[in-house]
Design a protein around this ligand. Structure first.
Ligand SMILES: C[S@@+](CC[C@H](N)C(=O)[O-])C[C@H]1O[C@@H](n2cnc3c(N)ncnc32)[C@H](O)[C@@H]1O
Length: 225
């Protein structure tokens, strides 16, 4: 867990810029679509908030929502905080997904974008999300996913093993971006991830696939145990 935290502390100052480059600017479009999926009226926790993209978008679009961003990396959170003013009323809290510092059934919505694959234990993280999310509350995930199509796999390998490490190298962050590639490659297919969610207290309502299924959105309800 602390290695992942170190990785994100180390890349924090270049995170937004490199994200724009390696996604060819598309991550903001995906995030914009993601925050349009529902009316976020109520209390919202953005887990693995990083530099706060989702927390900020949600608060801007749904000013009546109460938004909290959670992340273990102080440096990512410093950047998130520098992007908001007191008027935004977004609170950023340091902490891990496996041990969320809030009471049971506290939130109406929980979001996590490109973060679930970085957690030490997906099952422990889902248990905690299940605990702090209200019954029938909505859990939204956006994450890279494995793809079994041979042609897609071929181009994806080039993208993951040449393009991303090259950009990492250009910015002096080769090993950090290689680590991120390994977390992307070892993640699940959408079908596998749906099963994990269903086994851990969530009912998957919908999957939305972007970029030939390389990125998947999961919309789930908390059915609690
Ligand atoms: C790839 S970034 C995604 C940031 C942001 N959600 C976005 O979409 O740009 C992954 C984030 O997960 C955080 N993270 C790593 N391990 C975590 C954990 N165990 N619990 C919660 N967040 C974690 C990292 O600090 C990092 O900010």
């Amino acid at each position: 867990m602390s290695n992942t935290k170190k990785t994100f502390d180390s890349i924090s100052s270049k995170y937004n810029l490199i994200n724009n480059i390696i996604s060819l600017g598309m991550h903001l479009k995906w995030k914009n679509n993601f925050t349009n999926l529902l009316e976020f009226n109520g209390s919202v926790l953005d887990v693995a908030t990083g530099t706060g993209d989702i927390a900020i978008m949600v608060k801007k679009k749904y000013p009546n929502s109460d938004v909290i961003g959670l992340d273990p990396s102080e440096k990512m959170l410093q950047i998130a905080n520098s992007r908001v003013t007191n008027e935004h009323k977004i609170k950023f809290v340091q902490g891990y997904c496996e041990n969320i510092p809030f009471d049971d059934s506290y939130f109406d919505f929980i979001t996590i974008t490109f973060g679930i694959r970085n957690t030490k234990s997906i099952v422990d993280s889902l248990k905690e999300i299940n605990r702090v999310l209200k019954k029938n509350g909505t859990f939204l995930i956006m994450e890279f996913s494995k793809n079994n199509n041979i042609l897609v796999k071929f181009f994806y390998k080039i993208y993951l093993h040449l393009f991303i490490p090259f950009i990492g190298l250009l910015f002096g962050k080769f090993s950090e971006y290689n680590h991120l590639v390994s977390t992307i490659e070892s993640f699940y297919t959408p079908e596998e991830m749906n099963k994990i969610l269903e086994k851990n207290g969530f009912k998957v309502k919908r999957n939305i696939r972007y970029n030939l299924g390389l990125v998947t959105v999961y919309v789930a309800n908390n059915v609690k145990f």
